[in-house]
Design a protein around this ligand. Structure first.
Ligand SMILES: Nc1nc2c(ncn2[C@@H]2O[C@H](COP(=O)(O)OP(=O)(O)OP(=O)(O)O)[C@@H](O)[C@H]2O)c(=O)[nH]1
Length: 108
């Protein structure tokens, strides 16, 4: 499993080098959505923080397994990010193992 913490920069590289690996997309620093200074800077650049729905849309676009948000600063949802990534990784490994087994059987 590949956990993408920064989608636009990393996705092309991950897509190229890790084909077929399940992706988990994480929206980081959610605390900044409420940070007045950050919001002021974004507004000055005619931007705004992405919404949860936009994160989910990006998740679908890159075909990731799940979209989660967290804030390391506020320790928000961190445990869940690792829990979900681990569950997805274990499930992918189990699936791959099953495929390998079946391949051997079909040769016999
Ligand atoms: N507000 C806020 N800042 C954060 C959070 N997580 C990390 N940062 C800040 O973001 C900056 C980069 O954090 P790093 O942990 O170095 O992130 P990284 O992905 O290892 O960064 P590079 O590998 O250097 O690209 C630091 O200044 C952190 O303090 C968060 O949840 N909220």
């Amino acid at each position: 499993v590949k956990v993408l913490f920064s989608c636009p920069q990393w996705y092309p590289e991950v897509n190229h080098f890790c084909r077929g690996v399940p992706l988990v997309l994480i929206g980081c620093k959610t605390d900044l959505r409420k940070d007045k200074e950050q919001l002021r800077r974004l507004r000055a650049a005619r931007q705004e923080p992405i919404t949860y729905n936009q994160g989910e849309a990006a998740c679908k676009e890159i075909n990731a397994q799940i979209y989660l948000e967290c804030s390391a600063k506020c320790r928000e949802n961190i445990e869940n990010v690792f829990k979900e990534a681990t569950t997805i990784a274990l499930s992918a490994m189990k699936k791959a193992k099953g495929h390998r087994k079946r391949k051997v059987c079909s040769v016999l």
